[in-house]
Ligand binder design. Structure first.
Ligand SMILES: C=C(O[C@@H]1C=C(C(=O)O)C=C[C@H]1O)C(=O)O
Length: 260
């Protein structure tokens, strides 16, 4: 684990993030998938009874339960949005290397990622409309949520590398519980700028229609503005306002538990 290898990991996740956003943007908003479910008469639940969950939430819970049973969360890189008590895994056993400090490994911002995704990102990602394809739609939401969670909560690994690289300074700031100073120390504005410009470019390159003889666009021109499968400025904004700030928040929370 080095700063180069963790940054390589984050760079590769950008590809998955851009493609998962492209997939979600294919479908209209499909609002009923996100409304609380009302059970009808004759279902045994009483008339108009309201389940305190949406179709999207039920789908994600059930999907995660299967993946939990299959061992997805045996790797600390993966963190589910819901807690499952699954006593065994169906997967072949594997001894994952444990790079994280055990008492800090639990840190994650899945709740914040969940509400950011549904309240802020989804409304600008999907066009209004309803085509009834609820299962494939929320399956694409799950793909987005899983990769955003993995990327943002990977801040734990970034923080571990930075801690090991400057143990003395970090240790005194952690002991002083000085969040602001920790945030400042782990921030690299130059790196953030590289990340944001690169991910916007990936949205431009990955999100255009490819023809066998035409050129590949690498920037947004007036003629191409409306043609991208996901708006490159939305992807830039996603990183600028949420992905990077949340990753840094994970880093700070992890560091605050690094000496526990
Ligand atoms: C992840 C890092 O830590 C911070 C967060 C960044 C990000 O989320 O992309 C980029 C630079 C740093 O301010 C890093 O240094 O690479």
């Amino acid at each position: 684990l080095s700063l180069d290898t963790v940054r390589e990991f984050l760079t590769r996740e950008e590809d998955t993030i851009v493609f998962s956003l492209i997939e979600r943007a294919r479908y209209p908003l499909n609002r009923p998938a996100y409304d609380p479910i009302h059970l009808g008469d004759g279902d045994g639940a009483g008339p108009g009874r309201r389940l305190n969950a949406s179709f999207a939430e039920l789908f994600i819970r059930e999907s995660e339960a299967v993946q939990s049973k299959a061992g997805r969360y045996q790797s600390l890189q993966e963190i589910p949005f819901f807690a499952y008590r699954v006593p065994f895994t169906l997967a072949p056993p594997f001894n994952f290397t444990r790079e994280l400090y055990p008492a800090a490994a639990f840190v994650n911002l899945n709740d914040a990622i969940w509400s950011m995704y549904f309240n802020e990102l989804l409304p600008v990602l999907a066009n209004n409309g309803d085509d009834g394809n609820y299962a494939v739609t929320v399956d694409s939401d799950l793909a987005c949520l899983q990769v955003l969670s993995r990327r943002i909560n990977y801040g734990r690994y970034v923080a571990e590398v930075k801690f090991r690289g400057d143990q003395q300074t970090y240790t005194s700031l952690i002991k002083a519980k000085d969040r602001d100073a920790l945030m400042k120390l782990l921030t690299s504005e130059a790196q953030e700028d590289v990340v944001k410009r690169r991910v916007e470019k990936k949205a431009i390159v990955f999100g255009q229609s490819i023809t066998s003889d035409g050129p590949i666009e690498t920037s947004v021109s007036n003629s191409s503005q409306a043609n991208f499968k996901v708006d490159p400025s939305v992807v830039y904004k996603l990183y600028d306002q949420w992905v990077i700030p949340l990753t840094k928040q994970v880093e700070v929370e992890y560091l605050l538990h690094r000496l526990d």
